[in-house]
Structures are given as C-alpha cells and as structure tokens.
Design a protein around this ligand. Structure first.
Ligand SMILES: Nc1ncnc2c1ncn2[C@@H]1O[C@H](COP(=O)(O)OP(=O)(O)O)[C@@H](O)[C@H]1O
Ligand SMILES: [Mg+2]
Length: 258
C-alpha cells in the first residue's frame, strides 16, 4: 500500500459524547490531491484536526498512519515534525505581523541550504506578497491572506499539506488563482488533503476525493467519477435540476443512495 496518509475507521467525539466522525476511512496517495467535500457540519474540519493531533485524546477509535508510522495519539508538534502542515480555515496568520514576518515564522527551525530557493518559489507563485512584504497581515485582502498562509505553509516543506476551505470568502477570480497555486504546489511533489465546500473548484484539481455527510464518508472515488455522479452533480455542482429546487431537494433526499 503506497498511501502517504491512511485513516482507518476513526471515531472522533467532542466532550466525549458528541460524535463528529463515525468510522471514517480514507487513503491519500503520495503526490496527489485528495479532496473532502460536504456540507457545513459534516466533519471535514474535525478530520483535519484529528489527523494533525489537535483534538486531545482523539480519535477515540481507529488508527491513523502517516508514511508508515502510526500517529494517532501523538502530540501535534510530533506530527508536524513529520511534515504534516495544517492551514486552518481562518488561515492562522499573525495579524499584527508583516507579510515578511509571517513568512519568517514559516522558516522557524530551518537552517538548511534550501531556504532561499523556497522563498523564491513562494514569491514567484505569489508576486503580490513581495509587494506587500512590509504590510501587516491584517491589512491584506482575503485572497492575499490565503496566499500568505499557503506561502508560509510551503516554507515548512510539507510532505502533507492539509487545507481547510481555501476558497472560502474569496471572489471567483481570486479563488481560481489560489487553485492554480495549489496545482503548482502539487507539481513540486507535495501531497495535498483539501477540504472544500466548492466542489467544482476542488474536483477540478483533485485526483481523488470523498463526500462527507454527518460524520461519515458517503461516497469515495476518483475525481472524475465523483464529478460525473448524478447525486454529486445535483447536490454539489447544482446541475441537472429542472423542477423547483425546494421540492426537488426533498425528492432527492428520498431517492439518494447514501
Ligand atoms: N469545538 C467543538 N465542540 C463541539 N462540537 C463541535 C466542535 N467543533 C465542531 N463540532 C461539531 O462537530 C460536527 C462537525 O463539525 P466540523 O468538523 O466543523 O464540520 P465541517 O468542517 O464539515 O463544517 C458538527 O456537528 C459540529 O457542530
Ligand atoms: Mg469546517
């Protein structure tokens, strides 16, 4: 099995009683982009936090393997040291620090010879960050903040980059340029686990994916199959509906296979 990340039947609870993930399994192949789609509250963020080790004593059940090691139960710092980098939905920037200072934090602990090359890669990918280098992060637009978060994450040399809804709140044109950057990042060999509500964007760059609903994987497959699936097209891509939406939704919920 060549999966870089293997999540096997995990259960994650909040306050030891609220189930957020019920028996979730998935495998992220090395070098690819795997997307997790699903509505609000489906458990997408919980999955990323569980993998990153950020939820204490979670997962309650199941196993998580990364690059051949079992990592569930590890401290977040130990998981991060393996090259698992998590960019949260709020981007996790230091708002009062400048763009440059935020990027420097991405370099924290690094003393290798590749720093200049990695910085050049980030500035080439996002030239706007060079222009804004002395500006406080909180003065950036939403798109620029996302670019800074991605740039900083890349300076950590991730082996697995986990992104929580990178297109959230961005104008379509900006979201598209962020997605072009994801493709460029993927080409460098970085494996990406991408959580999104925007199925169209995510399925456009991913090779594989899973649909989450209410803490469960309801569908899993390659991105093309998911994009062609009639249920996915109706619910997540908004195509193929001719009747009144509200009525159709109820009908749909009854006939849907998951
Ligand atoms: N800190 C928390 N405390 C309690 N319940 C939470 C917490 N975070 C998320 N949940 C619950 O867990 C479920 C999954 O949430 P989440 O992983 O944020 O979903 P998504 O990212 O798909 O919107 C939801 O029912 C949510 O209300
Ligand atoms: Mg979320």
């Amino acid at each position: 099995m060549s999966a870089l990340l293997q999540v096997s039947s995990i259960e994650t609870l909040y306050f030891d009683r609220i189930y957020a993930l019920f028996g979730v399994s998935l495998e992220v192949e090395e070098g690819g982009i795997f997307t997790v789609l699903g509505p609000n509250g489906a458990g997408k963020t919980t999955l990323l936090k569980t993998v990153a080790g950020l939820l204490k004593d979670q997962p309650k059940k199941g196993e998580i393997h990364f690059a051949g090691q079992r990592i569930d139960g590890w401290q977040p710092e130990a998981i991060a040291r393996l090259g698992v980098v998590y960019v949260p939905e709020d981007r996790g920037l230091f708002r009062e620090l400048t763009v440059e200072e935020n990027l420097e934090l991405g370099l924290w602990g690094r003393h290798d010879a590749g720093i200049a090359k990695d910085l050049a890669f980030v500035y080439e990918m996002f030239p706007i960050l060079r222009e804004r280098a002395r500006q406080q992060a909180e003065t950036l637009s939403g798109g620029e903040q996302q670019m800074l978060a991605l740039g900083r994450a890349m300076l950590r040399r991730p082996r697995l980059l986990m992104l929580d809804e990178p297109s959230l709140g961005l104008a379509p044109r900006i979201a598209k340029s962020v997605y072009e950057a994801l493709t460029a990042i993927s080409k460098t060999g970085t494996t990406i686990l991408l959580v999104e509500q925007n199925a169209r964007l995510a399925l456009g760059v991913a090779q594989r994916g899973a649909i989450f609903e209410a803490g469960r994987v309801v569908l899993e497959g390659n991105a093309r199959e998911l994009g062609d699936n009639a249920d996915v097209r109706e619910v997540y891509l908004g195509v193929g509906t001719t009747e009144e939406p509200a009525k159709e939704w109820r009908l749909y919920r009854k006939k849907r296979r998951w």
